[in-house]
Design a protein around this ligand. Sequence first.
Ligand code: GDP
Length: 692
Amino acid sequence: MMVLTKKMIEIRSILQTVGQGNTLTLPSIVVIGSQSSGKSSVLEAIVGHEFLPKGSNMVTRRPIELTLVNTPDAQAEYGEFPALGLGKITDFSHIQRTLTELNLAVPDSECVSDDPIQLTISSPHVPDLSLIDLPGYIQVVGHNQPLELKQKISDLCDKYIQPPNVILAISAADVDLANSTALRASRRVDPRGERTIGVVTKMDLVDATRGASILSDRKYPLRLGYVGVVSKVPTQSSSLWKKGSGGIATAISKNEHNYFSAHPLEFGPDAGVAVGTTTLRKKLMQVLEQTMAASLQTTGDAIRQELEEATYEFKVQYNDRPLSAESYLAESLDAFKHSFKEFTESFGRPQVREMLKEELDQRVLDLLAARYWNKPVTNLSPAPPELDSLADLPTADPESLYWHRKLDASSSALTKLGIGRLATTVVANAIQAHVDRLIAQSTFASHPFARQAITEAASGILNERFYSTSDQVENCIKPYKFEIDVEDGEWARGRENVSEVLRYELRACEDAVKSVEKTVGGRRKLKDVMSFVDKARKGEVEVVGDGASGAGGFSSDLLQRGKEAIFLRDRATLLQMRLAALKSKQCAKKENRYYCPEIFLDVVATKLTSTAVLFLNVELLSEFYYNFPRELDVRLGRGLSKEEVERFAKEDPKVKGHLEVIRRKELLELVLEKMEGLKALDIEERGKRAMH
Ligand code: GDP
């Protein structure tokens, strides 16, 4: 029963997925031979298909690790390149083409590469075997081939013919065995001939007597013996087997059988020599099975050691903490949703109100500056006399229609600002910014995929809600566009609030002056420039042109700073003046709104804010707070495939390392368990054999 090889091959493929295929090698049969010794023909006879690259010029440039898997219950025969992910290939000429391409991908300058190609062939007609095909030895280096090629091939083969591998040394019958490069190489690493099988090809090319004498060779004795084969595909039947499904196996074995049975004396059952591809196959299976059995102990030890290392790494680096890609994602998502929940509790109506009011306060200041406090300092030419000094600012006459219109127009400008759009934009931007901050503080920060998914989830909902929210808000503030009633309480609060705003503005102004002072290099210097600019504006000093190239001994840059400082100074004076006005008795009464446009506009802004907040809360905040976590579940939870979850988790190198060590540990444990089972089986088999 040949179960061991099959199971060991399974184990090897598991080990390869752990990335331990290189350190933990299970025995293979390594095929070596000179070019044209018939190496490919032997391999193809074993597989029963033509699948190896053909051609005159160095066709095998990389080792081919060929795994044959016997699938007794299946019909189909197919090959797979596990590293390429091409799936199952049932057309063997496709396999041949792929191998040719892979070989030709090795540049001519290198000629051979020791990077192996992995190929698995599954079929009911192949035995379970693990074979490695190597580039054929060459005698003479061809032109346009590197001189060291001969040595390179030899070194590559030497790497593979080490124990515990079995060597399949191919020699052609029409070449003296003493000249066989394969046997010479094998003797170097296996001097007592204990793990070498000799294959003599082209038996049909020498006469039967001589053929038989080669096979019973005593000069180069091999414990595993020689097998003679005729593995050339008979030409006349080639068109037949190509069409048939069974491959070339039948044609070869018929041809071979015909040849050997034609010489019963030399090759018959009593001749004491081993011949035929079938015999060779059986021998390979037996030898590999025995070698596998012999390596059970050492391989088991090696795996146990690997496992110990993985266990140690798991303990030391990851504290034995269990982790899976799924649990990692679920935990990260939970934590994120939790932090979002916290955010929703801290960002409600009061916060939205404050944000919005601040935004409108700025608009009110802009309006006041444009319509009431207008006194620009833009150039050095004399200013218009009516705006020359702040004292000249016109005083409002409550009876005058002019001042009524002015206030109406200002409040209109505010209500028709497009509050719906403005308010929605401000809040939506704030939410998006908060979400970005939450991402940056979460485990998702190191996961580009998740970051994008979350950002898109947020902007998706916000975009979807944008127009209806902004329409709703706009609709609801509509009445204010026509009439604004002000109550005493509102007036008082407005007075307080706008004073606060102006005080804040004043501080900002003073700070700005200080920073200009710093940039010009001190208060004195700034004063000098300012007084020059003042004089220029009053026409007391002559300035040529607009002062672009400097004036009065000051550089143009300095003059610019001077103008800035004067603007700020005037603004500060103005703010102080308005603050004084707000404090005055006149501004205490709402009836005097024409004296105090600041208060009136603040009241309007407050009304607009309150109404907007009401609808923003319902239309945007609540909707967002409800939908966002659900959207996250879809995009990062249920919606992801297993592979996506895996890919996500491994974006973080630490998590990747953690997951990989766990996986390695699990797989090694699995392998070890299987190995223990195999050992028990092997012992049982031996016991049975001993009983018989
Ligand atoms: P490789 O270079 O060692 O892989 O050798 P191939 O398998 O390509 O064989 C080289 C040549 O020898 C090809 O033309 C084969 O058809 C031929 N050949 C292989 N085996 C036999 C055989 O058993 N008998 C005869 N007569 N020719 C063979």
